[in-house]
Design a protein around this ligand. Structure first.
Ligand code: NAD
Length: 426
């Protein structure tokens, strides 16, 4: 495998958009992209900031800030989640939106990419306040959202209930129920069977392909997972189901390590009983989130936030495979270090694409008004991800680059080809 040079010095490794651009530049170079197409594909199509004033439960008014960034709708309506987090910022949302464009292209579904966020700490808000924030955000973005235009989905700290409120608010304004405006909805509001588990299930599917690639048996394989939310906890369940041994899990409260293997059902029960957190989870030794990343294991699956594997700790990683359940967990400078160490990194735009794949299935089912069984959904998910993995691997072998650059080359080529066929209006 070719050693990929570290990102150019002028790029800020801590900035997710710059980190995305570092990889984009390498892939664009391989593809021989002309400078006009390069500029077109790197520039977000639309960036919207909205103010979200709501009346809190104590009667005071508080104004929140919301963002929605559409990176591209070249291959179809834009698709991407909404994040509620105090650290949400433009550079992060821009990067996440671009990653959605590349992700949809990697799995070859007819969507572009977008992302949204609200700067808030949902843990400090009541359910009523969260509902008001969600509805006002949706109300402000009525001209942006739409089943043919831009379709949100869940991300960090947003769930089925929030998607339900988005669907209802949008539907109230357009005077009819429009389920296809958002995915990741509750089942009885048109949500797809298998959507909640799709991202974690996809993490397991691509992990199996990666294990096969390096000749590692799933039975007894040691897995460390950072993040125990929608992606991380489901991935943990899925790994346990195939006989792998999850030795470490973590969330905002810290890491939990048990070399004999963690009982995942117990951890999920414990989380439920502790307000959604792993606080003081028994049956495992408490470690830090940083230490979790550096544990001796076969697979490391970062499933929380960006930049956790960076130039400061990449050299200490001992896993054989990294499966990026989160978006952007590895910085561009860390890529080069991991390459040198011979670690197989399955990049985010492939590893966590199970979520958007089943979101696509949900949108299709909403539009045809006919619903598939969970077996049907899972079978299609398995097919889409297995094919995408094989295509990315082929690309990386063809250009003698790592899987991440292989994925970017595949994705950017697909988007650039669509753009060429559409042409430039104006
Ligand atoms: P979530 O809110 O359900 O869970 C996030 C988890 O990460 C929680 O357990 C939280 O405690 C933990 N966490 C947060 N900050 C942390 C920190 N500093 N250290 C350790 N743990 C921390 O979110 P999610 O939906 O599981 O998303 C996780 C990641 O996966 C994000 O990068 C998201 O963009 C990506 N992703 C999500 C989906 C999806 O379908 N939900 C799809 C693709 C990618």
């Amino acid at each position: 495998m070719k050693y990929v040079e570290p990102a150019p010095i002028n790029r800020n490794d801590d900035d997710p958009f710059e980190s995305m651009m570092s990889r984009f530049e390498i892939a664009a170079d391989i593809l021989g992209l002309d400078s006009g197409t390069f500029d077109y594909l790197k520039t977000p199509q639309m960036q919207v900031t909205v103010s979200i004033p709501i009346k809190l439960d104590d009667g005071t008014i508080k104004v929140f800030e919301g963002l929605r960034i559409i990176h591209s709708s070249v291959r179809g309506p834009s698709k991407g989640g909404i994040r509620f987090h105090p650290d949400v910022n433009v550079q992060e949302v821009k990067a996440l939106a671009a990653w959605m464009t590349w992700k949809c292209a990697v799995v070859n579904i007819p969507f572009g990419g977008a992302k949204g966020g609200i700067i808030c700490d949902p843990r400090k808000l009541t359910k009523v306040e969260l509902e008001k924030i969600t509805r006002r955000y949706t109300g402000n973005l009525l001209d942006v959202f739409g089943p043919e235009r831009d379709i949100p989905a869940p991300d960090v700290n947003t769930d089925e209930q929030i998607m339900g409120w988005i669907m209802d608010t949008y539907s109230m304004h357009i005077r009819h129920t429009e389920s296809a405006v958002v995915t990741g909805k509750p089942g009885n509001l048109g949500g797809s069977a298998g959507r909640r588990k799709a991202t974690g299930r996809g993490v397991r599917i691509v992990s199996e392909a990666a294990m096969e690639q390096i000749g590692l048996q799933p039975e007894g394989a040691k897995i460390s997972i950072q993040g125990f939310g929608n992606v991380g906890a489901v991935a943990a369940e899925e790994f346990s189901e195939i006989g792998a041994k999850v030795v470490a899990i973590s969330d905002v409260t810290g890491g939990y390590y048990n070399p004999a293997g963690i009982d995942i059902e117990h951890a999920i029960r414990h989380r439920k009983e502790n307000d959604g957190l792993l606080t003081d989870f028994p049956g495992a030794e408490k470690i830090s989130n940083e230490a979790l990343l550096e544990l001796e294991c076969d697979i490391l699956a970062p499933c929380a936030l960006e930049n956790v594997i960076n130039r400061k700790n990449a050299d200490k990683i001992k896993a054989k495979i990294i499966i990026e359940g989160a978006n952007g967990p590895t910085t561009a400078k860390a890529d080069a270090i991991l390459d040198k160490k011979g670690i197989l990194v399955v990049p985010d735009i492939l590893a966590n694409a199970g979520g958007v794949s089943v979101s696509y299935f949900e949108w299709v089912q909403n539009r045809i008004g006919y619903y598939w069984s969970e077996d049907d959904v899972n079978e299609r998910l398995q097919r889409i991800l297995t094919e995408a993995y094989a295509s990315v691997r082929k690309r990386s072998e063809k250009h003698n680059v790592n899987m991440r650059i292989g994925a970017y080359v595949l994705a950017i080529e697909r988007v650039a080809n669509a753009l060429k066929l559409r042409g430039i209006y104006g």
